[in-house]
Design a protein around this ligand. Structure first.
Ligand SMILES: NC(=O)c1ccc[n+]([C@@H]2O[C@H](COP(=O)([O-])OP(=O)(O)OC[C@H]3O[C@@H](n4cnc5c(N)ncnc54)[C@H](OP(=O)(O)O)[C@@H]3O)[C@@H](O)[C@H]2O)c1
Length: 227
């Protein structure tokens, strides 16, 4: 049975990843700060394990990695992310605001990836994916504000690119995924894609990743997103 670890699987895009992978017969390891709602947990069936994981707390990441031991994991999907106070103008941005977003969206994925390297090495899939955003694309994104969020997702893309080079020798493939604008709490449920549509596209990208396509930013529509 292939296995996937998903951060922030308790709601939104992460929950939909958990739904689709369990339905496809995968073992799902959920790394959640907030536990699943009981009805969601029940609907996911038996092949799911839930760990407490807070991206802002290094110790919770280390504790989870310790409990996983050397267990092989085929695919790691770093999905947990935040985008608070998107409308702040430059003069209102504080170090605290910047730090919280960068720690959650950029440092935590790198830290968790490093802790799970032995698990990825032991798995057959060797795929590290993280949920990025069109907001990371200097070429395509034209909307104002979102300073810290855009910087954090652009930096996340560089982390994944970097790991695709650093870990190429043992066959690890990485991908930054653009989910599109999805109907979740983050978008105020105002997106033009359902989680089902977005996640089925991103699962296709993950499934078709090759060493040649590793390290790039791909959309839910299976198209490369320019940097
Ligand atoms: N929705 C969109 O249109 C859109 C577009 C582009 C990119 N994205 C990206 O997609 C990813 C998922 O977002 P979503 O749309 O599904 O939003 P969401 O419904 O707000 O879900 C965010 C998830 O991240 C988790 N999370 C936040 N901070 C965390 C922390 N410190 N530790 C552990 N988990 C934490 C949340 O857990 P709690 O329940 O504990 O808060 C929740 O599970 C994010 O990385 C986001 O940037 C979304």
């Amino acid at each position: 049975m292939p296995s996937v670890l998903i951060t922030g699987a308790n709601r939104g895009i992460g929950l939909e990843f958990a739904r689709q992978y369990t339905a496809a017969g995968w073992q799902v390891i959920a790394a959640n700060r907030t536990p699943f709602a009981p009805k969601d947990f029940a609907s996911l069936g038996y092949d799911i394990v839930e760990f407490r994981y807070d991206a802002m707390d290094d110790k919770s990441a280390a504790a989870m990695a310790g409990r996983l031991g050397g267990r092989p994991i085929d695919v790691v999907i770093i999905n947990a992310g935040i985008s608070p106070d998107e409308d702040l103008p430059p003069e209102a941005i504080t170090p605290e605001h910047w730090q919280k977003i960068m720690l959650t969206n950029t440092f935590a994925p790198l830290h968790l990836a490093s802790l799970l390297e032995p698990n990825l090495r032991a798995g057959d899939g060797k795929v590290l994916a993280a949920i990025s955003s069109l907001a990371a694309s200097a070429t395509l994104y034209k909307l104002p504000r979102q300073f810290a969020y855009r910087a954090s997702k652009a930096a996340l893309n560089q982390v994944l690119r970097n790991l695709s080079i650093d870990w190429r020798d043992w066959g690890c493939m990485t991908v930054a995924l653009r989910p599109g604008r999805v109907q979740t709490r983050m978008s105020g449920f105002a997106g033009d894609l359902t989680p089902e549509q977005s996640v089925s596209g991103m699962r296709e990208v993950i499934a078709s990743l090759t060493p040649t396509t590793s390290g790039l930013h791909y959309g839910y529509d299976c198209q490369v997103v320019p940097w």
